[in-house]
Design a protein around this ligand. Sequence first.
Ligand SMILES: C[S@@+](CC[C@H](N)C(=O)[O-])C[C@H]1O[C@@H](n2cnc3c(N)ncnc32)[C@H](O)[C@@H]1O
Length: 314
Amino acid sequence: MDWQTIDWKALERLRSAFLDGTAGARDYWRNDRDLESYDQTFGQRIRWKWDYVLKDLQRRGWEPPRAEAVDWGCGTGIAMRAFLEHFGAEPPSKLVLWDRSPVAMQFAARKAREVFPDISVWLDRPSDHDFGTLLISHVLTELSDEQVVELLGLAVHATSVIWIEPGTHEVSRRLIAARERLRGTFQIVSPCTHQAACGMLTPENDRHWCHHFAPSPPEAFTDGNWARFARLAGVDLRSLPLSFVVLDKRQQPTQSDAVRVIGRPRVYKAHALVLGCDVSGVNEHRHTKRNQPEEFRRLKKGDIPAYLPRCSAG
Ligand SMILES: C[S@@+](CC[C@H](N)C(=O)[O-])C[C@H]1O[C@@H](n2cnc3c(N)ncnc32)[C@H](O)[C@@H]1O
């Protein structure tokens, strides 16, 4: 990480484009310095989210298909690099990096080759043939509904899809809509513990959204440059909210009957209320100090597990 090379003015311009809704309308990447500055800041935060999701997939023994991997809307290619670094022991046969910005595709290709010099990299709009893994990262805020439908048309040609987005209400709701469209074609690997319709879609869950928190590494709290970035970007470095979905056409192991924790539990003196998702839907679960002392202690410390054993709803 070389903070001397960061173009803070470029980051401000990018942030404005992300916030004022113009990012979808036109290509905002001007040059390599824009991309390098993004890659080391916004991109790093996205990388920590990818690490969280990919580590969880590795922990449960999931492996990507060895066939071609596509990073759609690649930007600096941070998603592809994270994917290669986690699963690169058996690298995909070919990488496809696609973005509306040619300068971004070139940058992403260079970075991928730094990690895997021998890998075959293509910079092209993915065609309608079957391929291995589709990576999608932080594009939904820039796409119209019609563009999302087009992207889903590509997704059905993949064997597996790993899709990570910001953890906001609006984006999570769009991702849930995509999950519902793809549910008949794929099995859902994560974060859902079931294959049924998303429990967020009931009227009583309208105000909720499916989001989780990835951990930030220690330097995010101790390095003054990260503090400067946080002020500029208007983000809280302690909190890395994400929405994601992982889909696969291959047979998946039977899922546990644990409850997937959503968002942050509300912890009181002697009990915690956890919004949890399982096959019965999205419900609030009560964990008490008395009946679940171990879980309660973790929650009290702010240690949010991905899953909790099922206990009383209400
Ligand atoms: C916020 S950046 C995210 C980049 C990268 N995926 C990441 O996670 O860091 C969104 C990217 O989507 C690209 N993009 C936006 N609309 C697109 C479209 N219609 N087709 C292809 N790429 C698009 C932008 O050029 C930009 O690189």
